[in-house]
Design a protein around this ligand. Structure first.
Ligand SMILES: NC(=O)C1=CN([C@@H]2O[C@H](COP(=O)(O)OP(=O)(O)OC[C@H]3O[C@@H](n4cnc5c(N)ncnc54)[C@H](OP(=O)(O)O)[C@@H]3O)[C@@H](O)[C@H]2O)C=CC1
Ligand SMILES: O=C(O)C1=NCCCC1
Length: 335
């Protein structure tokens, strides 16, 4: 094998595609995955570190139309927050279709931005185009990337942030004060953040286990957090559910998941049935895949609530890594 090309976090930032290029590439990718069915991607493997909420996740995909395949390995370690370390650490390896390793790169920024872009694509397809109020539940990395991405596609007048630890919501609001021409503020409760909101994003993870006796079979450990209930969400709103990507975690109450006027869209219908605690525990039936609604627009009923379950897919990482690699190649041939 020739010398390994590795892009550290700073190089990934420098080579990162512009927002609209990234958005268009991920839109094409999601359509390719769901409609053309030309992407090969198994449901990812998640290993839970015993007696913790920490996960080691392996995510491969092959994207023949771009001539690449790859794998992201990502560790989700919620307790890293107390150690002032990133809670999501990972690496992507990119291969040519002949099997040669092209490069590997840090996955943090890619994970933050590609996830938010997929929520933004879902919001564009499903939310009221004239959405004015965005509520963000959580104040970590994904909260920031979601505010950055969604505010580029909607003309918000107000963005509200609720977080379990209020001081972190206040810090995020201070850091993002000049991102756009809207009122960015902290809410005291989930209910007040979501009241009248056109779009809601739940971007939380549980750092501490909350054990509910009646949810736990003998010998099984359950980590649960439920932050959003039906009363929080107004008819006509759109919700992006981004946390809770394992069968034992929740962000959304059963009353909302099982609501008659809820339409559930997932990035991957195969994965949602195996990975989403909100779907598995509530017994809700997802309706559509993101790639389908991007290709064949749904007609909006003004009283319906739409919910996009954003699990995160390997093909989004592989395509983003490929854009970064192509930028590197074009710079190398110029110099
Ligand atoms: N769908 C996808 O593709 C992806 C999903 N994710 C998931 O999104 C979620 C957020 O990720 P990220 O922003 O990177 O993580 P961060 O660690 O940066 O932030 C975590 C956030 O969750 C909050 N939180 C933790 N525990 C609880 C709880 N019990 N109740 C309410 N809020 C809680 C934290 O609040 P506090 O400040 O109080 O600790 C903080 O706001 C995670 O579940 C993550 O695994 C991440 C990457 C991709
Ligand atoms: O898609 C991803 O990347 C992740 N999804 C769920 C949680 C960790 C990272």
């Amino acid at each position: 094998m020739s010398k390994l090309l590795h892009f550290c976090a700073e190089e990934v930032t420098r080579l990162f595609p512009p927002f609209l290029v990234h958005l268009e590439a991920l839109k094409e990718t999601m359509i390719e995955y769901s409609v053309k069915e030309s992407i090969v991607q198994p449901v990812r493997q998640q290993l839970t570190v015993p007696n913790t909420a920490d996960r080691f996740i392996s995510m491969p995909a092959c994207v023949p139309s771009r001539g690449v395949m790859g794998i992201k390995v990502i560790c989700a370690v919620p307790s890293n927050k107390e150690k002032c370390l990133p809670t999501h650490l990972g690496c992507i390896q990119l291969y040519g279709l002949t099997g040669e390793l092209l490069c590997q790169m840090d996955a943090e920024e890619i994970t933050a931005k590609r996830t938010a872009i997929c929520s933004a694509l879902a919001s564009k397809a499903l939310a009221n185009p004239d959405s004015k109020i965005l509520a963000v539940i959580g104040a970590g990395v994904q909260a920031e990337s979601h505010i950055q991405a969604l505010s580029q596609l909607f003309n918000f007048s107000e963005i509200r942030v609720w977080n379990r630890t209020k001081s972190r919501a206040e810090k995020l609001v201070r850091e993002l004060h000049d991102v756009g021409n809207f009122n960015l503020c902290v809410s005291d409760t989930v209910g007040s953040a979501c009241s009248d909101a056109d779009i809601v994003c739940t971007v939380t993870s549980s750092s501490e286990p909350v054990l509910f006796k009646d949810h736990v079979k003998p010998g099984q450990l359950s980590y649960r957090v439920t932050v959003l209930f039906k009363d929080h969400v107004k008819p006509g709103a759109h919700v992006n559910v981004v946390g809770a990507s394992s069968p034992t975690t929740r962000e959304v109450g059963d009353d909302l998941m099982l609501s008659d006027n809820l339409v559930i869209v997932a990035d991957c219908l195969n994965a949602i049935k195996l990975e989403s605690g909100d779907v598995i525990q509530s017994g809700a039936a997802p309706h559509h895949e993101l790639g389908h609604v991007l290709h064949f627009p749904l007609s909006r009923d003004p009283d319906q609530i739409t919910l996009f379950k954003n699990l995160g897919l390997a093909c989004q990482d592989v395509v983003t890594a490929h854009l970064i690699y192509k930028q590197y190649l074009s710079e190398s041939t110029r110099s």
